[in-house]
Design a protein around this ligand. Structure first.
Ligand code: PLP
Ligand code: LYS
Length: 384
């Protein structure tokens, strides 16, 4: 919800830009941190969701670790001041250069996604005379009931080690003098709104933990990944239900004394804290359709074009009284450059300000230069 003061402030600014509500971000982080603390759970922020410098500063300040998926993210986390001892590094295709960088930085652990990767990390660690801490990312074949493009924990997905490869994994761990097994890792998908899915995950985590323990491995860390969704239809109902989310893991995981439970949350921490603010360039009234053409497009927010993702769209200049249906599109030379079809809006005019809500996660960071677009700018609530 934007105040009149926000809207007058936006009216003086060049569009498009991401607007970050840093107070809401702080409230979200504090709520999550307090809910996790109740159970002594460890939270790593999934940096891929948003690595805007101010966002990262706020997250670091609350004491979370970082979940990284590239050497670039590991470096950025360290530059930002995240504790190296709280950095985890996942990814199915870690290059030798990235592994070496993470070894040099003594990060908390590699979330390893294949037997071959274990072999490579062992070799590279041996060359440096080091022992690399590793958790095995297991693909548990649990359906996350989310969009198939952001599902990661089914047998057909490329992520993690499948259960039938675990015996080979265990053998490799035993044979590798430069690896230290710390635990098991899972991440079954993103934008998960049905929390029952996590109960199913817990059942599988318990089974896999026993599997490793029966073979003589001490499972110190149970890392259950992230994926908690946000309500894209109600962007003003802003803070996800962290209390219930963590309670599920406390209730359904068999947590042994000394065992740590780790999470890797991205979207839930940052998703509602930003909107993409744009101006209407043109309004085209056709025979079959009316179009609102914005100065922001799929190059600034790719999710609708990529996953047919829903984002609530609001005309900030004219208010809420919807009288017409428009396809809300951008200026990019692609037919998928569309933020919403047949969206009910007030009659709109050139110069109106539009907000595309819930754009704090996988928004700014997925922007592209396609069509040689200007780099997307950011504006922060503290500047208003
Ligand atoms: C390994 C891993 N951990 C954590 C996340 C964070 O996901 P989300 O933003 O849905 O919480 C992702 C992205 O889906 C991921 O691939
Ligand atoms: N980029 C996706 C989420 C992918 C999560 C990373 N595994 C989105 O916008 O919803």
């Amino acid at each position: 919800m934007f105040s009149n003061k926000d809207i007058s402030h936006f009216a003086n600014l060049e569009t498009p830009f991401y607007y970050y509500d840093l107070n809401l971000l702080q409230d979200t982080l504090n709520t999550c941190a307090a809910a996790a603390k109740l159970y002594n759970f460890h939270v790593h922020y999934a940096m891929k969701a948003n690595f805007n410098a101010k966002v990262l500063q706020s997250i670091k300040a609350v004491g979370f670790g970082a979940d990284c998926v590239s050497g670039g993210e590991v470096s950025k986390a360290i530059e930002t001041g995240f504790d190296k001892g709280q950095i985890v590094f996942a990814g199915v295709g870690k290059s030798d250069k990235e592994i070496n960088l993470a070894l040099d930085q003594n990060i908390f652990c590699f979330n390893v996604e294949s037997v071959q990767e274990l072999e490579v990390i062992n070799e590279l660690a041996a060359k440096k005379g080091k022992k690399a801490s590793v958790a095995i990312r297991i693909n548990p074949n649990v359906d996350a009931h989310t969009h198939h493009n952001i599902t990661t924990g089914l047998d057909e997905n490329k992520f993690g080690v499948n259960s039938w490869d675990l015996p080979q994994c265990a053998e490799m761990l035993r044979a590798s003098a430069n690896l230290e097994f710390v635990g098991i890792h899972f991440h079954i998908g993103s934008q998960i709104t049905n929390l029952d899915v996590y109960k199913n995950l817990c059942v599988r985590v318990n089974e896999f933990a026993i599997w490793f323990e029966e073979r003589g491995f001490a499972v110190k860390v149970l890392n259950v990944g992230g994926g908690l969704g946000i309500d894209y239809h109600n962007p003003d109902q802003q803070i996800p239900d962290f209390a219930n989310y963590f309670k599920i893991f406390s209730d359904f995981l068999d947590i042994k004394p000394g065992q740590e439970v780790h999470f890797e949350l991205g979207r839930a921490l940052v998703g509602q804290s930003a909107s993409l603010i744009s101006r209407v360039l043109y309004v085209k009234n056709g025979k079959k359709k009316n179009f609102v053409i914005l100065d922001a497009g799929m190059t600034e927010l790719m999710r609708p074009a990529l996953y047919q993702a829903y984002h609530k769209i609001e005309n900030l200049t004219r208010g809420n009284e919807a009288t017409l249906k428009y396809d809300i599109v951008g200026p990019i030379c692609e037919s998928t450059d569309c933020f919403g079809k047949e969206v009910e809006q007030p009659e709109s005019f050139r110069g109106d300000l539009y907000a595309i809500r819930s754009a704090g996660a996988y928004g700014e960071v997925m922007a592209s230069k396609y069509n040689l677009r200007d780099e997307i700018r950011s504006v922060y609530s503290e500047e208003a």
